[in-house]
Write a protein that binds this ligand. Structure first.
Ligand SMILES: Nc1nc2c(c(=O)[nH]1)N[C@H]1C(S)=C(S)[C@@H](COP(=O)(O)OP(=O)(O)OC[C@H]3O[C@@H](n4cnc5c(=O)[nH]c(N)nc54)[C@H](O)[C@@H]3O)O[C@H]1N2
Ligand SMILES: Nc1nc2c(c(=O)[nH]1)N[C@H]1C(S)=C(S)[C@@H](COP(=O)(O)OP(=O)(O)OC[C@H]3O[C@@H](n4cnc5c(=O)[nH]c(N)nc54)[C@H](O)[C@@H]3O)O[C@H]1N2
Ligand code: SF4
Ligand SMILES: [Mo]
Length: 883
């Protein structure tokens, strides 16, 4: 017997509905909810593997103060008395809250109310500053409020879909699949991808524009100028519903014509012209954008340059037309709704006197803050300067995710009181906390989240609360109580918090504010528990709003959308002689952010096992690095180490390093140590995609890998390692500077323990191999050598799944190769069925010419489909070679 619960995926902003089942023995399985409008039953690789991530391994289960386990009472008292003292001595601006788009709306609401309304500090910001802030600022400039006007169906109904600064295939895979299916249905549909890199998303592109990084405004201004001359211009819409057309177009025309734009963006003239022609010709055009647009020192301008082109053509608020900011985190949208950003108050209200007065009355807030506080990067810099002395961090890991991350670590170390609410015991951030508060996480917590298309869905608990972990709202309310504000925080269930939030959104609103969910106020507890996905605004009439601006009404003072005059500018820091390359950072398909959840799942970890540095072949030659070597990427701020991956899809002059690795998973794997702490002047969003860097080879004396059945108490003691979990083993990639002749001694140190040793040393070649077997079971194996070329790991890893090794396997063990001359499956491509790249290549070589044929031959791609773009990529490259 198993119980099933409908809930929502905790990863990306697609917000897929999930049906989770839990059997009596505690095993959790998940499947896509066919009834949820975001995914209609689909899930991607990360969502499908959720069941593998809910174990309690590594969880923070009890409160701690300075490393000692304490009772909740003691922990809460430490937090409350610390905040009370610092506010008394230095005023409320000396304390801060730093939250996350992974908090539920109810948690977020309470944190904002407590800090802005009762403690009285404006220093409440969130990791959404690192993510959505430029979209928010761009929306506000153009629409007068932070609105994504369209919905997912618009993406399917478009005849031209421009995907810019987004690797949708990896980061929003279910939306990518919906678009791919729509394209298969609608032969007219065209997809353009604008991204300096050739990503898997390009597999559905009719045109890929690998523009020079940071040059988006040139491209869009050029388009605006083109449209203003060649049309179409929607004059009736311009006249009735917009303002600022003339100056925006004048500025854009300074950009010059196609050849000038092409030169600035380093794109072929014909491709720029093609984009402009398609845009001109296609009424149903959607522009979907993400972090390649937002995370930039000119991010807000990029957003408005895009929106300008939709305004001039009147392509907004219509089916299949509009700008579409796709949300990163599951609840970045909900956080914006409650006022989680330092420059918002609550319920999409700002700091104008009317809003302040309204919120003050509604909350009966004694200490309502009067104006905006520090934005994320500034907030940590204010800690560094001693202006902020206490901070409560919730559901985010800033020492991995903020730029200039080592300086941020110093900032936290210098803080008098650092409180961290997390679900995991050991993260880079919990390592510097004074107080640790154990939080419930996905599967255990209960509340709501809002996805990219403004759809509010319930996350429901289906697992018991482990240890002493508690909901985040609960911890906030208990501290509020101790600070003397108990009467305003006496909630017993998230349902009451949601109700208050809904009432505030409708309070004295009368259509003046976009965010209004008054129709969801006054729900009974059972109605809240049963709440179906709803798309805001849901005003008092109770109707959902799939699309906004259909009536041409915007939320600016005069109701008109604003064209914004944007001047094209280069990013803040340019490459130079010492730092000749541009560092771009982002995501891989199967990891989520700082890996605290996905790092637990073997099938997700198998896709990319170590941090990498991807670069163009010409840059590899110039830097003197070869594919598969280790390299160091340095900037003025710090350095990171990764495995070199030479790839023609990378623009020359650019290197890409993933954001995920951190001190828990690798030595010097945190790329944000290298990233410049430059931010967009309007949105405060960091420039994660553009840091000048230098690259150099790292030439350790030896390379190796270690597979162990049990996780060791400590990470290996060698110069470099990166760790990944396998199905029944832990994998370490290793490198060190000891002389190869010391390898046997070093191996003994790494493979501590008893059992039967099998070993093979070839001192002439400087290589060493050992395995450690007990009772016929493989406990560990270690391969070391002068070069990176070591056996593949898959077959060896598979031996850990065996109760007893066969004689032939034992014999073959130290060769690292399957005994009967079989092939090692290679790096995992399909994480659902564990199908490796070598197997897929073999299948293609045997005649499979389409992803469907690959699936039917070897299963790869047959479940969630997240690997289909990669399979298509393998087919294309292999066909190119044979052609
Ligand atoms: N697998 C996975 N999925 C995720 C996440 C995850 O951690 N893992 N995180 C979620 C979150 S919070 C977010 S915010 C989203 C992010 O989703 P995306 O924004 O799609 O992901 P990124 O990899 O950060 O970057 C997107 C692309 O921007 C490109 N880019 C860089 N510079 C420029 C430029 O100057 N102009 C243009 N046009 N493009 C540029 C990069 O090459 C990159 O391919 O993903 C969400 N989904
Ligand atoms: N270089 C570079 N850096 C980036 C980016 C980039 O593209 N490049 N992208 C930026 C973006 S868009 C984002 S969104 C950020 C993301 O960066 P972070 O928010 O720092 O990353 P996460 O790993 O998602 O951190 C979530 C933390 O919350 C914990 N947690 C999980 N569930 C709960 C819960 O219910 N309650 C509590 N209290 N804790 C919980 C997890 O264990 C984890 O420690 O990174 C940013 N940093
Ligand atoms: S696309 Fe994948 S990660 Fe995003 S919500 Fe859906 S299942 Fe979760
Ligand atoms: Mo994000």
């Amino acid at each position: 017997m198993s119980e099933t619960t409908r809930t929502t995926c905790p990863y990306c902003g697609v917000g897929c509905g999930i049906i989770a089942s839990r059997t009596a023995n505690g095993t959790v399985t998940v499947k896509g909810d066919p009834g949820h409008p975001a995914n209609h039953g689909r899930l991607c690789s990360k969502g499908s593997a959720l069941g593998d991530t809910v174990d309690l391994d590594g969880r923070l289960l009890y409160p701690e103060v300075r490393g000692e386990r304490v009772s909740w009472d003691q922990a809460l008292e430490t937090v409350a008395s610390g905040f009370r003292r610092i506010v008394a001595e230095h005023g409320p601006q000396a304390v801060a809250f730093y939250g996350s788009g992974q908090m539920l709306t109810e948690d977020y609401y309470v944190s904002n109310k407590l800090f802005k309304g009762f403690i009285g500090t404006g220093n409440v910001d969130t990791n959404s500053r690192l993510c959505m802030a430029s979209a928010v600022a761009g929306h506000k400039r153009a629409f007068g409020s932070d609105i994504v006007p369209g919905n997912y169906e618009d993406l399917e109904q478009a005849d031209l879909l421009i995907i810019t600064g987004s690797n949708l295939a990896w980061c929003h895979p279910v939306i990518y699949q919906r678009i791919k299916a729509a394209k298969a249905r609608n032969r007219q549909m065209r997809v353009v991808v604008i991204d300096p890199r050739r990503t898997d998303t390009c597999e559905i592109a009719d045109l890929h524009l690998p523009l020079a990084p940071g040059t988006d405004v040139w491209l869009w201004n050029g388009l605006l100028a083109h449209l203003s001359k060649e049309g179409p211009v929607d004059y009736p819409f311009l006249d009735a519903h917009t303002e600022g057309f003339g100056s925006a177009v004048m500025e854009a025309r300074k950009q010059g014509s196609v050849p000038h734009v092409a030169a600035q963006t380093d794109l072929p003239d014909v491709d720029v012209a093609r984009l402009y022609r398609w845009f001109s010709q296609t009424e149903r055009t959607v522009t979907l954008f993400s972090q390649g647009v937002n995370q930039s020192s000119v991010g807000t301008d990029k957003v408005n340059a895009i929106i300008n082109c939709h305004l001039i053509t009147g392509r907004i608020g219509k089916p299949g037309a509009g700008p579409f900011s796709i949300t990163g985190q599951p609840n970045a949208m909900g956080g914006r709704e409650v006022g989680g950003l330092a420059n918002q108050l609550a319920a999409h209200m700002g700091f104008e006197e009317g809003d302040l007065d309204r919120v003050r009355r509604f909350w009966d807030a004694p200490n309502l803050v009067f104006g905006p506080g520090h934005k994320a990067v500034d907030l940590f810099q204010a800690m560094h300067h001693g202006q902020i002395k206490a901070v409560w961090i919730m559901a985010t890991n800033p020492l991995v995710s903020l730029p200039d991350a080592d300086a941020m670590r110093e900032a936290l170390r210098g803080c008098e009181l650092v409180v961290v609410s997390d679900a995991m015991r050991s993260t880079d951030t919990t390592a510097v906390a004074d107080v640790l508060l154990p939080a419930l996480t996905w599967g255990e917590k209960d509340g709501t989240v809002t996805n990219s298309e403004r759809r509010i869905s319930r996350q429901r608990a289906f697992l018991p609360a482990p240890g002493e972990a508690r909901p985040d709202w609960w911890a906030l309310c208990r501290v509020a109580e101790r600070l003397g504000f108990g009467h305003a925080f006496d909630y017993e269930h998230p349902w009451q918090i949601f109700d208050e939030h809904a009432r505030l959104s409708a309070f004295e609103n009368d259509g003046s504010r976009d965010f209004d969910i008054g129709g969801l106020a006054g729900l009974k507890r059972q109605d809240y528990d049963a709440l179906q996905p709803r798309q805001w605004p849901v005003r008092i009439d109770g109707e959902d709003t799939p699309r906004l601006f259909e009536d041409g009404h915007f939320f600016t003072a005069n109701g008109r959308a604003q064209f914004v005059m944007v001047e094209a500018q280069a990013p803040a820091n340019s490459p130079c002689v010492d730092y000749p390359l541009v560092l771009n950072t982002g995501r891989v398909r199967d990891h989520w952010h700082t890996m605290t959840r996905t790092g637990k799942a073997a099938r997700l970890s198998a896709h990319t096992v170590e941090p990498f540095v991807q670069l163009h072949p010409a840059d590899a030659v110039a830097a003197g690095v070869a594919n598969g070597e280790l390299a160091r990427v340095r900037s003025r701020w710090g350095e990171v180490i990764g495995r070199v991956s030479v790839d023609r899809g990378q623009r020359q002059g650019n290197v890409f390093v993933p954001m995920h690795w951190n001190d828990q998973y690798a030595v010097r794997g945190r790329v944000d140590v290298v990233v410049n702490p430059v931010t967009d002047p309007l949105s405060g969003e960091p420039e994660f995609k553009h840091t000048p860097v230098a690259l150099e080879p790292l030439r350790p004396q030896w390379h190796g890998f270690l597979l162990l059945r049990e996780a060791p108490a400590e990470h290996p003691d060698c110069a470099w390692w990166a760790m990944a979990r396998g199905p029944a083993f832990i994998r370490y990639e290793l490198a060190g500077d000891e002389s190869p002749c010391d390898l046997p001694a070093l191996a003994k140190k790494l493979l501590r323990g008893q059992g039967e040793w099998l070993e093979f040393a070839d001192s002439a070649r400087g290589s060493y191999r050992a395995a450690w077997v007990r009772g016929g079971r493989l406990l560990g194996c270690l391969f070391m050598g002068r070069r990176e070329t070591l056996p593949e790991r898959n077959w060896l890893g598979g031996l850990f799944g065996k109760a007893e090794l066969e004689q032939a396997e034992r014999m073959a063990l130290l060769s690292g190769r399957p005994p009967k001359g079989e092939m090692d499956a290679g790096r995992t491509v399909c994480s659902c069925f564990g199908v490796g790249e070598n197997t897929i290549r073999q299948t293609i070589a045997n005649g499979a010419g389409t992803p469907e044929q690959v699936t039917s031959a070897c299963q790869a791609g047959g479940n969630c489909g997240s690997c289909l773009p990669e399979i298509q990529g393998l087919i294309s490259t292999m066909n190119q070679r044979t052609a």
